[in-house]
Design a protein around this ligand. Structure first.
Ligand code: CP
Ligand code: NVA
Length: 298
């Protein structure tokens, strides 16, 4: 039984297989040779908001021959305290796979352990693996292999998206620089667990210098709203803008996983100058999700 619970638990070969297969799924949209989910129902269980992840997975399941079933976690008994392991054992007898967006990583791991159906992490507090697969696909589509390139993540270096980038760096052998204030740098424990060439900086320009990809994410992740004021204050200055772009490689890409908060983690001018890449990146969520679903069934 395969799951996609984190990038940490994936092998480099698995990542490469998913990335490789994303190309034909993108190229052949509308006339896929494969319909691996024919006759299947996949549950999407979401405890947090979503536009891209929800829509891309719902469309991907349909276009691969299956039926998606969206379940807002608050509308099912899980939201009233039914244990995850019981929810998992019920759904495991009725549906063929589960795509889960929640808070604790442990909850998704427990669902996978009890459900006996393929389970996908659609974002937890710890990781956002499907996002980074689509991001790397987008980089490689535009610039070739990411191996030995330099990626600079600017902003909340302790968030889920940054963590998945950290695990990807070791597995796909690129250099990752994280520009973040002390309070929002990844923990030493996580960096040691991941390995790879990851360096933390407090100076944004130093981190961005010569970089091939500048990447950012929101300063206030879902679930961190109570810390918003402190985050906005400490993260001011950790913004992707024209000054930062200027020190990167001349053909550097700028990416954002979205949603984007203008004049916080990225300024309006830089966002619009790189909108083509950013929305290609968003579209690629669909193609990469198909590859993830196909990989789970193989
Ligand atoms: N990037 C991303 O996961 O977007 P959503 O929160 O809209 O799914
Ligand atoms: N770090 C963000 C990602 C949103 C897609 C969050 O968790 O809210």
């Amino acid at each position: 039984m395969k799951h996609l619970l984190s990038l940490e638990s994936m092998s480099p070969g698995d990542l490469r297989a998913i990335l490789r297969q994303t190309t034909p799924f993108k190229r052949d949209r509308g006339h896929h040779a494969q319909q691996p989910l024919t006759g299947q129902t996949w549950a999407l269980i979401f405890s947090k908001s979503s536009t891209r992840t929800r829509v891309s997975f719902e469309v991907a399941v349909r276009e691969l021959g299956g039926q998606p079933m969206f379940l807002n976690a608050n509308d099912i008994q899980l939201g009233r305290g039914e244990p995850i392991k019981d929810t998992a054992r019920v759904l495991g007898r009725m549906v063929h796979g589960a795509i889960i967006r929640t808070f604790a990583q442990q909850d998704i791991n427990e669902f996978a352990a009890y459900s006996n159906i393929p389970t996908v992490n659609a974002l937890t507090d710890d990781e956002h693996p499907c996002q980074i697969l689509a991001d790397i696909f987008t980089f490689e589509e535009k610039r070739g292999p990411i191996t030995r390139k330099v990626v600079t993540f600017i902003g909340d270096g302790a968030c889920n998206v940054a963590a998945s980038w950290i695990f990807a760096a070791a597995k796909l052998d690129f250099e990752l620089r994280i520009a973040a204030p002390e309070a929002y740098q990844p923990s030493a424990e996580l960096l040691a667990r991941a390995g790879g060439r990851v360096t933390c900086f407090k100076d944004v320009l130093e981190a961005a210098s010569g970089s091939h990809l500048l990447y950012t994410d929101v300063w206030v992740s879902m679930g961190k709203e109570a810390e918003a004021a402190e985050r906005l204050s400490l993260l001011t200055g950790y913004q992707v803008n024209s000054v930062v772009v200027k020190v990167a490689a001349s053909d550097a890409l700028v990416m954002h996983c979205l949603p984007a908060y203008r004049d916080k983690e990225i300024d309006e001018e830089t966002f619009e100058a790189h909108a083509q890449t950013i929305f290609d990146q968003a579209e690629n969520r669909l193609h990469a999700q198909k590859s993830v679903l196909n990989w789970l069934r193989c």
